[in-house]
Design a protein around this ligand. Structure first.
Ligand code: UT7
Length: 323
């Protein structure tokens, strides 16, 4: 059978770092509250004029270089973002042009913090159905542009960044020992639309709006949904939780990550954590964490990974991948 294997990844963080102490200078908060409740210590913020496409392009170039392929070999580019450069065209097409990808198709997906899992699912489906052989998926965000910097309940939680991965079609025996994407599962429940949303938009206010969140409600749903979708993806892949080498979770809050790992029976030594330095970068957080663990040698060929995420909608999902 055809599997889609991740053959390279890359990430990019804007240069500017904003620490918790920096935040406490303009909003009523403090380092110890943020660290205790979230595990976040600092986040990166895009420079003036630096856009989601800029971040995405940097991450994509590194992923292509790690994979050893040229952009014009790509059949598909899927960019997960909820902070696009323009309402349309898709930011993916801007990145496509900049990379020199002349064929195939590029489009955005919008699944907020679950965006990278969604992009992975789309690319995997294109590859397994024969519509594409080589795909680039990117999660890129500039949440600094939609934060209300006077609202301490949200502005301390998010950051900017981008991560990307190249997937390639590979003929595989069709066993759990195959390398590549073994299973992806996704869900949404739109009854929670108002728990985490942006209070502006094209057809409502004709403005970009600001992020609004009922943090407690998101928290309440996060752990249960993440653990159950990860369990569902592992069952679909035919692997037991004990076989998992690395949990690469969406990085929203250290407490959510720890509670989910505990529910899955995974010790924290098997969890990749970047939330302390990146904060919540939405669709970019999984590939940022993944690239870090690949670059520093933690993730090794043949190891089994679970990625999971939940975000606005709610939309949530998990993927099981053998590296
Ligand atoms: O990708 C998914 C995205 N979202 C998430 O994952 C967020 C999920 N939710 C959370 O992570 C947590 O709910 C938060 C970190 C957002 C909040 O933590 P919490 O333990 O649920 O705190 P809380 O909202 O219950 O607030 C406790 C207190 C409140 O004061 P009072 O009403 O008890 O006097 C807040 O006003 O903390 C206050 N507070 C702050 N204090 C200092 C809220 N934000 C801050 C702040 N600094 N930044």
């Amino acid at each position: 059978m055809i599997r889609s294997r991740i053959i390279g990844c890359g990430s990019y963080l804007p240069e500017k770092i904003l620490t918790n102490d920096d935040l406490s200078r303009f909003v009523e908060t403090n380092n110890s509250w943020i660290v205790e409740r979230t595990g976040i210590r600092e986040r990166h913020i895009a420079a003036e004029g630096e856009t989601t496409a800029d971040l995405a392009e940097q991450a994509a170039r590194k992923a292509l270089s790690a994979a050893g392929i040229e952009a014009n070999a790509l059949d598909l580019l899927v960019l997960a973002t909820s902070t696009p450069d323009n309402t349309f065209p898709a930011t993916a097409t801007r990145v496509q042009a900049r990379l020199g990808m002349t064929g195939g198709v590029a489009f955005d997906v919008q699944a907020v913090c679950a965006g990278f899992v969604c992009a992975l699912s789309v690319a995997d489906s294109f590859i397994r159905s024969g519509q594409a052989r080589t795909a680039l998926i990117i999660g890129a965000e500039t949440y600094s542009r939609i934060l209300d910097w006077s609202d301490r309940t949200t502005c301390v939680l998010f950051g900017d960044g981008a991560g990307a991965a190249v997937l390639s079609a590979e003929e595989s025996p069709g066993t759990t020992a195959d390398r590549g994407v073994l299973a992806v599962k996704m869900h949404s429940d739109g009854r929670h639309y108002d728990a985490l949303y942006v209070d502006g938009g094209v057809s409502t206010t004709q403005t970009a709006g600001h992020l609004r969140m009922n943090g407690r409600e998101v928290f309440r749903h996060a752990v249960g949904n993440l653990a159950s979708v990860a369990t569902e993806a592992m069952a679909a892949a035919g692997v037991a939780p004990e076989a998992i080498d690395w949990l690469v979770p969406h990085q929203a809050n250290a407490r959510i990550i720890e509670a989910t790992a505990k529910k899955l029976g995974l010790p924290m030594e098997k969890v990749v954590m970047t939330v302390d330095r990146h904060a919540n970068t939405s669709a970019a957080s999984i590939p940022l964490a993944l690239c870090e663990a690949v670059a520093d040698g933690r993730v090794k060929p043949g190891q089994l990974l679970v990625m999971e995420a939940i975000g606005g909608g709610f939309v949530w999902g998990a993927a099981v991948v053998r590296w």
